[in-house]
Design a protein around this ligand. Structure first.
Ligand SMILES: [Mg+2]
Length: 216
């Protein structure tokens, strides 16, 4: 097991994950859209997003998330959140920020559900496998979503990371979207196609490279 695990809001990393159905009885394709948060879903800031009131969605972020799910992808947000490790604020504050992002997304599009949000609370100096540019959050997201989609008992989940995790599922139809090189590096290390979006436009700038235009 890793020393510095990826984290989920309010529950342990390996707590049961309940997935909402995809829109219109769409079947899961097996693919996951791994999404960075700031500069992809919401406007980022050099001084971090520090409270729910600082959240502003990027244009068409909600519609883009919804289109990914209508196309049969699950959504996994993977976000570095070093303010926690720096002691600026705590994980409950981050959970409230994520509540606000989800709320705003759903106001714009009822299908814009974030299936899973993972964060890395560690500082760069901790060199955590769970912090991008390392791929630990993507590894965790894949295992959690696969397990949630399976008929296995939740207690059978045994998460593995890095070299301890063999027989990985195909990521050939999956994608990672981010606005930074560290997102692309994490995607490459994990082995998933990566798309770099401009931070001022976010996900909607690349959505047509993922979802066919007949799925709106
Ligand atoms: Mg970003």
């Amino acid at each position: 097991m890793l020393q510095h695990l990826p984290c989920r809001d309010r529950v342990p990393i390996d707590a049961p994950l309940k997935l909402h159905p995809l829109p219109d009885s769409t079947q899961w394709s097996g693919a996951i859209a791994y999404l960075d948060r700031d500069g992809v879903l919401n406007i980022g800031s050099e001084n971090y997003i520090n409270s729910p009131s600082e959240v502003t969605l990027l244009p068409n972020a909600a519609k883009s998330v919804a289109r990914l799910r209508r196309f049969g992808l699950r959504i996994a947000v993977v976000t570095n959140q070093s303010p926690i490790g720096r002691g600026l604020w705590n994980s409950e504050n981050l959970a409230l920020i994520h509540d606000q992002i989800q709320k705003l997304l759903l106001i714009e599009d009822k299908d814009a559900i974030l299936d899973l949000i993972l964060h890395s609370p560690y500082t760069p100096s901790q060199n955590a496998w769970a912090r991008k540019p390392n791929p630990g959050m993507l590894e965790a997201a894949r295992q959690l979503i696969n397990h949630a989609e399976s008929t296995k008992e939740w207690s059978e989940l045994s998460m593995r990371f890095a070299g301890e995790w063999g027989e990985r599922p195909s990521e050939s139809d999956s994608v990672m979207v981010g606005d930074r090189i560290s997102d692309m590096t994490a995607a490459n290390a994990f082995g998933v196609r990566s798309l770099l979006c401009p931070a001022e436009l976010g996900l909607s700038a690349v959505i047509n490279d993922i979802v066919p235009t007949d799925i709106q």
